[in-house]
Design a protein around this ligand. Structure first.
Ligand SMILES: Nc1ncnc2c1ncn2[C@@H]1O[C@H](COP(=O)(O)OP(=O)(O)OP(=O)(O)O)[C@@H](O)[C@H]1O
Ligand SMILES: [Mg+2]
Length: 260
């Protein structure tokens, strides 16, 4: 399924009634089965854009179009959140089944689907555990399994690994890419980490600071499957340097404004 974001702007109204411009005229397209990273500084509107694509937030202007047929019973989008957002009173299995209950699946079908995603995400043996009994990495496996269990055409991920330590994060990145190779979802992956964006994505869309505008779209000329060795490849450095120079000029502008 293709995602088309067409001239989307979003202005929130804060508690004092003032307008807060979060996104300004953002257009982009995500190809079917593409892995697109959305990168930008803190507060630039990344989560807002993801929520608009998910249909959870209405844009102030513009629109989002999901193009391509959807089989009956299949979800268009599913979200994986930064803070894992698991139900603490539910076991791993019951967390994974949540979206399937919402979709009205029977108990046997839910259990079968959950089993499949427990295997896919490396959670075998943990089905009966509660979130507080799991490490951060295992918790986010549950978040991913829960999102994938509803078989969404588009997987939306909002800084899913930012709460993890660097080593766990690298492992989870590689595992997510392996899962993506097998399931071939369209993925929109939000991050503010340049290395992570370049390592995972086919293209990186760089957003300006708030209100978020598209500064550039950078294609990543690295083959697949991606491996840790590619972190040292010239194509990796070239893409990361280019993104860093865009981000740095934004940060310098912010600093100048702060001093004025
Ligand atoms: N419900 C809301 N009401 C008012 N302002 C909001 C609301 N949600 C977000 N904002 C503001 O809109 C801007 C963009 O927020 P958003 O959460 O989309 O940014 P972000 O890029 O995801 O940030 P972060 O990197 O911190 O996750 C911020 O200035 C934020 O304070
Ligand atoms: Mg955010």
């Amino acid at each position: 399924m293709r995602v088309v974001v067409d001239r989307v702007s979003k202005t929130y109204t804060d508690r004092l009634g003032h307008g807060v411009a979060a996104l300004d005229d953002v257009s982009l397209a995500v190809g079917s089965e593409e892995f697109l990273a959305l990168l930008g500084p803190s507060g630039c509107g990344k989560s807002t854009l993801l929520n608009i694509v998910a249909g959870l937030t209405a844009p102030s202007a513009g629109g989002v179009y999901l193009e391509g047929g959807l089989a009956p019973g299949r979800a268009a989008t599913a979200m994986v959140f930064q803070e894992f957002a698991l139900f603490p009173w539910r076991t791993v299995q019951a967390n994974i089944e949540f979206g399937l209950e919402e979709a009205g699946l029977g108990a046997a079908a839910r259990a079968a689907r959950a089993r499949e995603h427990v295997q896919l995400t490396g959670l075998a043996g943990f089905e009966g555990k509660y979130p507080h009994q799991l490490s951060g990495g295992m918790r986010q496996r549950v978040g991913i399994a829960r999102a994938l269990a509803v078989d969404p055409a588009v997987l939306l991920m909002d800084e899913p690994f930012s709460a993890l330590d660097a080593q766990t994060r690298q492992l989870m990145q590689e595992e997510l890419l392996a899962i993506w190779e097998r399931t071939r979802k369209t993925i929109v992956y939000v991050t503010h980490n340049i290395q992570e964006a370049v390592f995972m994505a086919d293209r990186v869309v760089v957003l300006s600071r708030r209100p978020g505008r598209v500064l550039a779209t950078i294609p990543i000329a690295l083959g697949r499957p991606r491996t840790e060795a590619m972190l040292g490849a010239p194509a990796f450095a070239a893409a990361a340097d280019r993104i860093w120079s865009l981000i740095r000029s934004q940060a310098q502008a912010a600093l100048r404004e702060g001093m004025a």
